[in-house]
Design a protein around this ligand. Structure first.
Ligand SMILES: Cc1cc2nc3c(=O)[nH]c(=O)nc-3n(C[C@H](O)[C@H](O)[C@H](O)COP(=O)(O)OP(=O)(O)OC[C@H]3O[C@@H](n4cnc5c(N)ncnc54)[C@H](O)[C@@H]3O)c2cc1C
Ligand code: SF4
Length: 432
């Protein structure tokens, strides 16, 4: 009987472990099923591919994923690791490092969905001489990579300064981590530069949900030196960058969108929403999210007009017009309608939301039925004023009181922009 004293606790531990693993596996299956059902089964960019023949199911990759506290990116199903929520993967690559048997490869795109990656030389120059790319647009995501590449690209650009005093050495497009670090490098190296940003400092980081935990690695920032932040929040990181901006006096031209880039002899002419800039080199640090499509109506330049929903809670008690008929417009309208005292109108030029997922259509319908959302189909925005907005519906003008307009009318992908400048692009279907 003495053996029972030893065996019983072991059996108990084994039973507890098996139950826990089965529960996690059920959850992983549910997450994978939900991702497939909502059409979110294709990863956006760099992501892991797990070889099931090599995987021994130890779960080290699952535990190592820095996104795991918020998103269930990887999970174990039938004892093998799988990417269960592909669109939440941002390519940290910690899973590959953690895997003890080398079962993980990091790749771009998949068989079903190719990812366009510009062809770059080791110093970040494209096939168009003088046109450089840094950060996520070049294929490598993550803040640290973007900060490092922004600095390295400017070091290469510094070797081809402008010979004419009235021409800039470089025009930097984008003030996300790559463009910010590049701008600081220009200051450090004494280059004549302009940084053009269509929105605000921080790029993708500015768009993270409120309070998002940001995982990064120490990086070298020009002028500032080694930055040892590893785990921080979106707000702290932005505040840190804003402090650097104030202290160094680095100049960034906000709300100035680059619309066209042309070559003129050895130089570039960069056309923006506010004018033109002539430079010997151009550094594109525009990330991969593209440029939101504009409505092109009077009043669109008012600060109350935005092109993405970041945090529904900020619209508590506000009068909001959402414009668009795709999933992001419907999601934005439905989640704002859930906020206390918020009043939402959803304007779409079509007569039905044919392109949107059933789940989002249901949410909008529920909000409408509950009197929390007004649907204004077959309508277009005519003009925007500080306190109101005017729509035209079947030839009739509708003026409504308004605090914020969220335009979700799709966007122009960076690939189209790159092709228009003549940059060579390679489409990757699941290769490194
Ligand atoms: C939800 C989410 C969570 C993430 N979490 C992490 C994390 O925890 N840790 C981590 O390391 N990375 C994380 N990432 C990835 C990281 O944010 C990106 O890899 C990084 O921001 C890329 O920097 P970038 O400067 O190349 O591009 P971006 O940050 O995308 O910045 C590009 C900038 O260019 C501007 N721009 C674009 N087109 C134009 C134009 N035509 N004219 C003027 N300006 C233009 C944009 O407005 C933007 O400000 C996350 C990404 C997402 C989406
Ligand atoms: S770390 Fe490697 S072996 Fe372990 S579950 Fe993940 S892929 Fe499989």
């Amino acid at each position: 009987m003495l053996w029972l004293v030893y065996i019983a606790p072991m059996l108990l531990i084994w039973w507890w472990y098996a139950r826990r693993r089965a529960r996690k596996e059920r959850h992983s299956r549910d997450v994978l099923h939900a991702a497939k059902a909502s059409g979110l089964a294709e990863p956006v960019s760099l992501h892991p591919v797990i070889d099931p023949r090599q995987c021994v199911g130890c779960g080290a990759c699952v535990a190592a994923c820095p996104e795991q506290p918020h998103h269930h990116v990887l999970g174990l199903i039938e004892g093998k690791a799988q990417l269960v929520s592909p669109t939440d993967c941002i390519g940290h690559g910690a899973c590959r490092t953690a895997c003890p048997v080398g079962a993980i490869t990091l790749v771009f795109g998949s068989e079903a969905r190719g990812v366009d990656i510009p062809v770059l030389s080791p110093n970040f120059e494209t096939n168009v001489p003088g046109l450089f790319i840094a950060g996520e647009l070049g294929g490598m995501g993550l803040i640290r990579n973007a900060l490092t590449q922004g600095r390295q690209a400017i070091e290469a650009i510094a070797k081809r300064r402008s010979r004419r005093p009235e021409v800039l050495d470089v025009a930097i497009v984008g003030a996300g981590p790559a463009g910010f670090s590049a701008s600081l490098s220009c200051m450090a190296l004494g280059l004549k530069y302009v940084t053009l940003e269509q929105e605000s400092l921080g790029g993708c980081v500015f768009q993270y949900p409120r309070g998002k935990l940001v995982m990064t690695q120490p990086a070298e920032l020009p002028i500032v030196g080694k930055v040892r932040l590893t785990q921080t929040s979106k707000e702290e990181l932005l505040e840190f960058w804003q402090q650097i901006e104030r202290k160094t006096g680095v100049k960034i031209r906000y709300r100035e969108r680059v619309e066209k880039i042309e070559r003129d002899g050895e130089e570039f002419v960069v056309h923006t929403t506010k004018g033109r800039h002539r430079a010997a080199s151009v550094l594109l640090a525009i990330g991969r999210r593209g440029t939101p499509r504009k409505l092109e109506v009077p009043g669109e330049d008012l600060p109350k007009v935005v092109y993405r929903l970041i945090d529904p809670e900020q619209y508590t008690g506000r009068r909001v017009l959402v414009v668009g008929g795709g999933d992001s417009a419907l999601e934005a309208a439905a989640s704002i309608a859930e906020q206390p005292r918020a009043r939402v109108a959803l304007s779409y030029r079509g007569d039905a939301f044919g392109r949107a997922k059933p789940r989002n259509r249901e949410r909008v319908e529920q909000a409408r039925a509950g009197g929390r959302l007004d649907l204004v189909l077959e309508s277009q925005v005519n003009r925007i004023e500080p306190e109101s907005v005017t729509l035209v519906q079947k030839g009739r003008e509708l003026e409504m009181p308004n605090d914020t307009v969220i335009v979700s009318a799709g966007g122009v992908l960076p690939s189209e922009f790159l092709r228009s400048i003549g940059v060579a692009i390679e489409t990757k279907f699941g290769t490194a």
